[in-house]
Design a protein around this ligand. Structure first.
Ligand code: ADP
Ligand code: ZN
Ligand code: ZN
Length: 719
């Protein structure tokens, strides 16, 4: 008699036993269909055993083991188990979160997609295409760098599937079986001395080691990891590259394709079709993929020959998932590298304070790049504009207006950064003091003039802009403050001849690539944008960055706010002057003497990090202590608070080395009609905190709390 111990996606911290006579010990790691309650579900076999502690008559039989893919390896299961233990989440839920959608159900796996290669006819025909055949040209150009699947082409170009069929009929492309070719590396630049020594350090490391590639914006960090990946591919191994946002993947993917011709590159993010994502996952697991490039979820992609991990923009908050499995892909990535015994390279111009702390103490190996790579490119000069001296008109102070006019005259580009979309952050009545609040959240409704709507940026609630004050009937309601739409309108008025492009999540939709292309080809003079524009991109003619309204960030209650603000401003400043034209950054502020702005003006990340770390040490915040939050959500705040008070009573006592705080409402108490509260636990010892959480969560899982949804957030970043 054989038994299966199966992980199932249910909120219970245990495995489930089933009878299964056909099973062999090699079946651990395979998916299996089992009855659960009145349903059939797909679970993952964690173990095949000869006995079960469950009484025989209670055991049900498994339906069928799915043998359509290779089993997940013990390494991979160990990673999932670690996350389950560390983040206090049942193993079945962790595995569910780690799998691409099509592997969560029992339906047949997606078949391998048609793959196309360029024929000689296509290679000769390409230059003869008329200029308007842009879509065809793009497909052929892509195929010039190697075969591609239909799904890859579809991601690149709308209507690609039918175009591909036309090109196939014309004999310009042909179907080709997947074949492993030896990837090549195309070196593009002569490395600077600092780049070369960073590459050498990573190359010569063939054990676990965390490197911090700390390089100012534009210093050629990407170039360094391309070289490091080159030697990985040369050795026939696999590399995993994580980036914080989907928007950063297309440019990097095409860089990889042109620098590594012949390499099998798999992209993984939540924006792609489920079939393609699942195929890529399977290709990686089968050892076909040379490079996996993706957002945080890619940290779970199985890679049998993994030998290097890259985490680009490691400081970015998007690596932390804020729902269901609340994991940090950076931290899981480091753990994964440790388990695999391979190096991991964290890249940043402004590392997170946790990472900087480890680099300063020598735990992480520091690889500095202190200058911009391209000849003649220097860091932009930063000027602080005191708005109490230069009163802004419509949000723009005179020195910034002059600097913009200057760029227009020289046909260079200016970027005005305002991290707040919409027209104005709130609508108010001057007569009675009414302000537009969201009925479902503890937040304000944002004025969107274009659609004549008030919108909630947290829950999606939308309503028409009222004609009169709902409280007193006053007809004269005023939008207070400024968002990107209002700034755009002001700029249109100030610079009537200029081509102004607003880029925020309202205008970007799915067309971000298209907008970036327009910026690069010089179709815009002034860009108005949110943090979407701050990251990673490289615009040659951009020489001015203006920052308006950043001051609010100085006074946030979250102790992580100053760190984020510095990172964000340094990053957006880094967009200026990347290609040899001198760049300039103007920051409008009422507090030009503030240490944060002073440090920014000197591009002094290290000084500011030291200052912040000292504050954190004195106040007892991470990285000097470790934190976890128990969170509760309910219809009524009191219900959530009562749950947390009871939960505190269930906490292991005495809880050695762990401090438990009183329950408190979250900073933003209501979202989408749910009230939220939390209970914070702190400890100077990660091990003690982990032991405490394990006992505590077991006690919590044993109870039933019908009106409350609860979870742990370990190493929380939002409060
Ligand atoms: P980072 O990621 O550090 O911001 P990038 O890797 O994007 O910087 O590099 C910035 C620019 O410098 C890119 O256009 C890149 O092609 C160029 N570059 C990188 N290394 C060199 C080098 N050694 N010599 C000349 N240009 C370089
Ligand atoms: Zn009123
Ligand atoms: Zn809302």
């Amino acid at each position: 008699m054989r038994f299966l111990r199966v992980a199932i996606d249910v909120p219970l911290p245990r495995l489930f036993d089933y009878r299964c006579d056909e099973a062999t010990p090699q079946d651990a790691g395979l998916r299996v269909i089992v009855p659960f309650g009145s349903k059939k579900v797909v679970g993952l076999i964690v173990e095949v055993t000869a006995h079960s502690d469950m009484p025989q008559e209670k055991l049900r039989a498994a339906d069928r083991i799915l043998r359509d893919m290779p089993p997940f390896t013990p390494d991979w299961l160990a990673l999932a188990k670690f996350c389950s233990g560390y983040y206090q989440r049942p193993l079945g839920e962790v595995i569910h979160a780690a799998l691409p959608p099509k592997l969560r159900s029992a339906r047949p796996l997606p078949a391998a997609e048609a793959r196309y290669a360029l024929t000689d006819a296509g290679r000769q025909g390409r230059p003869t295409l008329p200029a308007r055949s842009r879509a065809r040209a793009a497909l052929l150009e892509r195929l010039e760098s190697g075969p591609a699947t239909e799904a890859e082409l579809a991601r690149l170009q709308k209507g690609a599937r039918s175009l591909a069929r036309e090109l196939l009929a014309a004999g310009w492309i042909a179907q080709t079986p997947p074949q492993r070719s030896m990837p090549r590396f195309v070196a593009a630049h002569k490395l600077t001395a600092e780049q070369a020594s960073a590459v050498a350090a990573v190359r010569s490391c063939n054990a676990f080691r965390v490197f911090l590639l700390y390089g100012v914006t534009g210093s050629g960090k990407t170039e360094v990891y391309l070289h490091a990946i080159a030697s990985v591919l040369e050795a026939g191994k696999q590399a995993l590259v994580l980036v914080p946002e989907i928007a950063l993947t297309p440019a990097l993917e095409s860089a990889f394709r042109s620098r590594f011709p012949g390499a099998c590159i798999v992209v993984q993010h939540s924006g792609m079709a489920a079939t393609e994502r699942t195929r890529g996952f399977l290709d990686a697991q089968a050892g076909e993929a040379d490079i996996v490039l993706g957002t945080r979820l890619a940290v779970f992609v199985p890679l049998p020959r993994l030998s290097l991990l890259i985490i680009d923009e490691e400081q970015d908050g998007s690596f932390k998932q804020q729902e269901s499995l609340r994991y940090s892909a950076r931290d899981v990535g480091i753990l994964r590298a440790r388990e695999a015994g391979v190096p991991v390279v964290l890249c940043s111009a402004t590392p997170s304070l946790e990472t900087w702390h480890h680099a300063a103490s020598g735990r992480y190996a520091l690889l500095p790049l202190s200058r911009r790579a391209p000849a003649g490119a220097d860091l932009p000069r930063v000027r602080l504009i005191d708005t109490s001296v230069h009163t802004p008109r419509d949000g723009i102070a005179a020195p910034l207006a002059e600097a913009i006019a200057d760029r227009l005259a020289r046909a260079e580009q200016a970027l005005i950064f305002l991290n707040r979309r919409g027209y104005a952050p709130v609508l108010a009545c001057a007569q009675c003091g009414w302000v537009s609040g969201c009925p479902r959240c503890s937040t304000r409704l944002v004025v969107h003039l274009k659609h004549r709507q008030l919108r909630c940026h947290h829950c999606g609630y939308a309503a028409r802009i009222p004609r009169a004050c709902p409280e007193c009937g006053n007809l004269d309601l005023t939008p207070i403050g400024r968002g990107t739409q209002r700034l755009e309108a002001a700029l249109v008025e100030r610079f009537p001849g200029a081509r102004i492009l607003r880029i925020d999540s309202d205008t970007a939709g799915g067309r971000l690539d298209e907008l970036f292309r327009r910026i690069e080809s010089g179709e815009a003079d002034i860009l108005v944008g949110t943090q979407i524009l701050a990251k990673g991109h490289h615009f040659e003619r951009l020489t001015l960055v203006g920052v308006v309204n950043a001051d609010a960030g100085l006074f946030s209650a979250n102790y992580r706010a100053p760190e984020r603000m510095f990172q964000q401003l340094e990053q957006v400043a880094g967009r200026a002057g990347r290609a040899g034209l001198p760049g300039e950054v103007l920051i409008q502020t009422r507090y030009p003497g503030h240490p944060l702005y002073q440090a920014l003006a000197r591009h002094d990340y290290e000084g500011y990090a030291q200052l912040q770390l000292e504050e954190r040490r004195q106040a007892g915040f991470p990285p000097f202590i470790f934190e976890a939050a128990l969170r509760a959500e309910a219809d009524q705040l009191e219900t959530a608070m009562r749950f947390l008070r009871n939960a505190a009573a269930l906490a292991p006592a005495p809880c050695e080395g762990v401090t438990l705080f009183d329950p408190a409402p979250m900073t933003m108490e209501r979202i989408a009609g749910n009230s939220r509260a939390q209970l914070l636990a702190q400890s100077a010892s990660r091990a003690q905190l982990q032991a405490f959480l394990a006992t505590w969560s077991a006690a919590l899982y044993a109870g039933r709390y019908p009106k409350v949804r609860w979870h742990f957030d370990v190493d929380p970043t939002e409060f």
